[in-house]
Write a new protein. Structure first.
Length: 383
């Protein structure tokens, strides 16, 4: 029996790489659902190639274009936010690849959990914003959540066979992005193009900027806390510019396990889709001779403020991670549109933390309200 995959966010960086994995293993996987936000052309092209059961375009104004293009096929076409939420309920879906970027992934992820689905989670903002809720609900509804983010996939792999052995600490590796080693004066004037130019990974725009500010690593700390049930002081970050060691786990006896490989998201994507099995592929393999040295250094939180901000939000908990996520989404968008400078991103997030009322034990509704209110305040500030 082939595994039926729904890819939410199929037109993005993770979405297209998931399709590459499926293309490589057509004997194992079938595409059941594809969704996009605005990119109707790519969604149509993917649908023609993979012949899914159903597709959804979030932008309703593009419904006709997609429906017309696929009218000669049996593919069902839907549009709108609600349709993206509802599509995850389909009984024929065996695994959902959650590859929508940002807070927008929250409603369909919650719905998928409530329907007890198997979820390969690439989106990180959901666990940053509402990690406690996600963990609690996935236990309640017996939804399996498998990490895709390379660091969390690495930790997940290091924990295989460790049964109940307690984790002493998790060490997340960070490439450091394009600006590692630079000082504040340099960062003052960096351009969007420079910030998007990641040395090791090719990713969507939002996560590329998050990698340049190191907010991506801050988010990954919070994500790790929830996915692996550890305390904030048990999560560390180390800069490792080559991105070969994807992360490490230290156990109570002092032993450290690491997972290594070339920086290629197709590997953790494939692992999440075939777990607990590993299958052959044609992707390039790591060669030690090509990397005579692997380096490590401490991250400078005075220069990369976002790392300190995320740590503070992780320790404080409640709705604070939701505040920093919303502020970051607006600030990154403003930076991409050249309305603020690179260093203003962290200033804006820090200011938002002070402006929004702290809620220690937020309900789901509190998360949505916090998100909305934070966005409003940040937008007012940068007007
Ligand atoms: P992209 O921006 O490349 O792709 C995002 C996808 O989500 C696209 O299919 C886009 O559709 C869709 N989308 C965007 N906004 C909405 C919305 N409001 N409603 C529904 N769909 C939407 O992002 P990435 O693939 O880089 O990242 C996806 C997630 O995975 C992020 O959370 C990121 O942090 C995480 N991640 C990514 C990694 C990477 O290597 N790229 C690595 C680890 C984690 P459209 O194309 O039509 O706009
Ligand atoms: Mg990562």
């Amino acid at each position: 029996m082939k595994k039926r995959i729904a890819i939410l966010g199929s037109t993005g960086s993770i979405g297209t790489q998931t399709l590459e994995v499926i293309r490589e293993h057509k004997e194992i996987f079938i595409v059941e659902v594809l969704t996009a936000c605005k990119n109707a052309n790519l969604l149509i092209q993917q649908s023609i190639e993979f012949q899914p059961n159903a597709v959804v375009i979030e932008d309703e104004s593009q419904y006709k274009k997609v429906a017309d293009a696929l009218s000669k096929s049996d593919i069902k076409v839907y549009a709108g936010k609600k349709a993206i939420e509802q599509i995850v309920e389909m009984e024929t879906i065996d695994l959902i690849m959650m590859a929508i970027v940002g807070f927008a992934a929250l409603p369909p992820t919650i719905r998928a959990i409530e329907f007890g689905k198997n979820i390969a989670i690439a989106n990180k903002e959901t666990f940053v914003v509402a990690g406690e809720f996600m963990v609690e609900k996935s236990k309640k509804y017996k939804a399996k959540v498998i990490p895709v983010d390379s660091e969390h996939s690495a930790i997940f792999q290091c924990l295989a066979g460790e049964f109940e052995n307690p984790i002493d600490k998790i060490i997340l590796t960070a490439s450091g992005g394009p600006f590692i080693g630079k000082n504040k004066e340099y960062l003052q004037n960096v351009t969007v193009a420079q910030a998007l130019n990641h040395p090791n990974w090719s990713m969507g725009k939002k996560i590329s900027i998050d990698s340049a500010t190191l907010m991506n690593k801050g988010f990954e700390m919070i994500e790790a806390k929830w996915l692996f049930g550890v305390q904030p002081h048990q999560v560390e970050v180390v800069i490792h510019p080559q991105s070969i060691i994807h992360s490490l786990v230290q156990f109570e006896d002092g032993s450290i396990k690491a997972q290594l490989g070339l920086p290629d998201m197709k590997v953790p994507i494939q692992y999440a889709m075939t777990y607990p099995f590993r299958i052959k592929n044609s992707f390039p393999k790591f060669d030690f001779a090509q990397y005579p040295s692997l380096n490590f250094e401490k991250a400078d939180t005075n220069i990369f403020r976002t790392l300190a901000i995320a740590n503070e939000a992780m320790i404080k908990g409640g709705n604070m991670p939701c505040v920093i996520n919303a502020a970051n989404e607006i600030a990154v968008e403003a930076f991409l549109n050249e309305r603020i400078s690179f260093l203003q991103i962290s200033e804006i997030i820090e200011a938002a933390m002070a402006k929004i009322e702290f809620i220690k034990s937020p309900s789901l509704q509190d998360y949505f309200l916090t998100d909305e209110l934070t966005r409003q305040k940040v937008l007012e500030q940068i007007k």
